[in-house]
Design a protein around this ligand. Structure first.
Ligand SMILES: NC(=O)c1ccc[n+]([C@@H]2O[C@H](COP(=O)([O-])OP(=O)(O)OC[C@H]3O[C@@H](n4cnc5c(N)ncnc54)[C@H](OP(=O)(O)O)[C@@H]3O)[C@@H](O)[C@H]2O)c1
Length: 283
């Protein structure tokens, strides 16, 4: 049966490796970019999540839609646009990259936001599959890279562990679901790595890879808020990051889910392997 796929968020941590997975599998797919871009060898459609008419045009002829929204203040409005466009264009299945614990009734800001968007997509009546990852290993190579170069990682984590996932494993799961959507209709998967480790464990692994000492320091969540405010971080981001820090500090982000291994039939990528491949980011 024909299954034309559209990948949104195609230039990001999850989307870029997802494009490679779909290419390797010979899937029939296109990517959505927010602005004109040159993605050689890939069918590219251009639309901003802010523009329903352009989105509807871009979603035409798409059977299975991979939706990934950036973490921005108007995320719910962007998702509402995408839901309307998917319905208008006759999309048959939506696979959405959501977040761990997504729940519109949560008292924590970030899971509440993710759950609200999941509910909007369910309300379209289009079959859905939700991928709900915990924290990404990639955060150490992006947001934390300067702190690591400076020798100290400050985290409002209460010293608690997380089973961080390599975003490439989210992409690998997404590829499996997108190429066989009917088998995953109505499902939600909690995606983690295969090992639960603390920030101090992570600092040790990174120290060994870069050949110098990198310290991990746990700070209170209030101190993280004060620092973000001092840096001029937008209030929306401060609020969602604070909710995330509170979740981690309470130990709610600890624990390994079996879903990645169940879907891929192999163990998730390890943090040691990720660090070995990314040590250039900290030199
Ligand atoms: N980092 C974590 O630990 C973590 C954990 C769980 C969940 N998440 C969630 O994962 C998501 C981020 O995933 P990611 O890291 O793969 O993304 P990312 O690297 O931040 O990339 C964002 C993507 O969104 C696209 N985009 C941005 N604005 C757009 C617009 N107005 N219209 C259309 N496309 C737009 C960009 O495409 P263009 O280049 O074409 O603009 C880009 O491909 C967020 O929703 C976050 O809440 C993150």
């Amino acid at each position: 049966m024909a299954n034309k796929i559209l990948v949104t968020g195609a230039s990001g941590n999850i989307g870029a490796p997802l494009v490679k997975e779909l290419q390797a599998q010979g899937a029939d797919f296109a990517v959505l970019r927010s602005k004109h871009s040159n993605d050689p060898g890939v069918e590219t459609r251009v639309a901003d999540f802010g523009d329903v008419a352009a989105l509807t045009q871009a979603f035409k002829g798409i059977d299975t839609l991979f939706l990934l929204f950036p973490l921005v203040e108007n995320k719910v409005a962007l998702a509402t646009n995408a839901a309307a466009a998917a319905k208008a264009a006759g999309v048959k299945h939506i696979v959405r990259s959501s977040g761990a614990g997504a729940d519109s009734s949560s008292s924590f800001a970030l899971p509440k936001l993710q759950g609200t968007i999941d509910d909007i997509l369910v309300a379209t009546g289009i079959p859905t599959t939700f991928l709900r990852p915990g924290g990404f290993m990639q955060n150490y190579a992006t947001y934390q890279s300067q702190a690591i170069k400076d020798g100290t990682i400050y985290m409002a984590d209460g010293g608690k562990s997380q089973a961080l996932i390599d975003a490439r494993d989210i992409a690998a799961v997404a590829a499996r679901v997108l190429t066989n959507p009917a088998a995953h209709a109505g499902k939600a998967y909690m995606l983690t790595g295969g090992e639960d480790f603390t920030g101090a464990d992570a600092a040790k692994t990174i120290s060994a890879a870069v050949g110098r000492s990198v310290q991990h320091v746990s700070v209170p969540t209030e101190a993280a808020v004060a620092t973000m405010n001092q840096w001029g971080v937008p209030p929306f981001i401060v609020n969602v990051m604070d909710s995330l820090n509170q979740i981690i500090s309470a130990g709610y982000a600890s624990g390994v889910s079996p879903d990645v291994e169940n879907i891929l039939g192999r163990k998730p990528r390890t943090f040691a392997a990720f660090v070995g491949e990314n040590s250039a980011a900290w030199k």
